[in-house]
Design a protein around this ligand. Sequence first.
Ligand code: NAD
Length: 453
Amino acid sequence: MPDLFTTLATSPVARRVGVPQPTRLRRFAPGEPLCDSPVLVAGGGAFAGAVRDHLASLGVTTVDALEVAEVAEGAVDGTPPVTDAGRLGAVVLDLSAAVDLGDLDRLRTLGAPAVRRLARNARVVVVGRDPDTVTDLEAAVTQRALEGFVRSLGKELRDGATANLVLAQGGRPDGVVSAASFFLSGRSAYVDGQVVVVDDTPTPASSTTLLAGRVAVVTGAARGIGADIARVLARDGARVVAVDVPSAGQALAAVANEVGGTALQLDITAPDAGARIVEHARGRHGGLDVVVHNAGITRDRLLVNLDEQQWSSVVDVNLRSVLRMNQALLAEGGLGDGGRIVCVSSIAGLAGNRGQSNYAVSKAGVVGLVHALSRRVAGRGITVNAVAPGFIETEMTARIPFATREVGRRMNSLQQAGLPLDVAEAVCWLAQPTSGAVTGQVLRVCGQSLLGA
Ligand code: NAD
């Protein structure tokens, strides 16, 4: 729900008098093309072919190079501007074969003319190699340098365009294709300046019924981000178990009914919460494939003013319960092999935030959990990832004092707050069977917030 300030700032009168308006972001809608203008796929790396084939299978037009005349047109002052018809919907630069610093110049020679031709809400996706898997020193340095490019370009792009980086650990293209598809689509509207590492796990080809037949549990599903996660999981074909505290029972039932799922009233801090989730999912839906640990609370105070209850309640709900539930979820009869665990962290857990030491402890702990647990369950094909939202319009952020709230909204490359839907889309990408090569990752959904990296 927009507040009074947002309503005024985006009113026709405000537009007429020149108040700067954030770009309306391109968000995914079922049936719409992945990208509605041609995509330039270039750079000479080994993954470009697979990306091109995948885009072609989705009916997206790709081009290998910009015509020399087109480049000159944009590059020389006084020449006619690029017409809308000549715009690129996206650019995929595969620099995974770059081995020396000279190769990095391709970011400029290929990137600059392409960026000049980007359409509104365009995407730039750079593909590289995970530097930790590269033995040659200069090659590793070269690959690490790609991150600086993407993070800077994200800050330079305008009109809702984003730039993100996919780093491959092996030679298999499945993970690159999955991540690039996410970044190219409207699902990643509020993901900007981010890096995702993909491993060599083979994954099924993507389908339109992405989560068909999967049973997904979402905690904190009665409202806010959790309710939208339930909606998007259901939209993509999953059967949803919506979990929330008994006091939110009515709202929870409404969400569960809306998505054709079931409601489970449960305080996730209860010692048997994990077992009850497994019992409900198995009993009502016959299995359990996806768990989204979304429920969370804040009790913001400066450290010197925090009492024991404010500290422990936040750690209990946001972290201890997740650790404890996972024991039951990962035990025999719980989450099936090939399952997905997606946690909801926060940029406060990555960058820290004044007045949120308790919350940041809990959300940084979630990052630790993702890193450590993902390695332990990899043998079962289970992935463990987190999303780290930035400023998202929910009841949680509506409680932030006006001035702080307004700064929080604007302090990012897209110059606006995200929607619960944006977090939900990222969660659902990580929940898909086709995301099996993505594990141990923390994906910020923050419009490239200036808070932290
Ligand atoms: P919200 O307060 O709107 O919703 C949280 C939901 O969790 C509520 O329905 C609540 O009843 C439920 N919940 C709380 N304690 C619970 C418990 N013990 N057992 C079961 N359910 C419980 O919050 P939101 O803004 O939708 O946030 C969702 C998640 O996203 C949280 O983990 C939050 O920390 C994280 N997050 C939000 C933002 C943001 O900008 N809104 C930013 C970063 C991270």
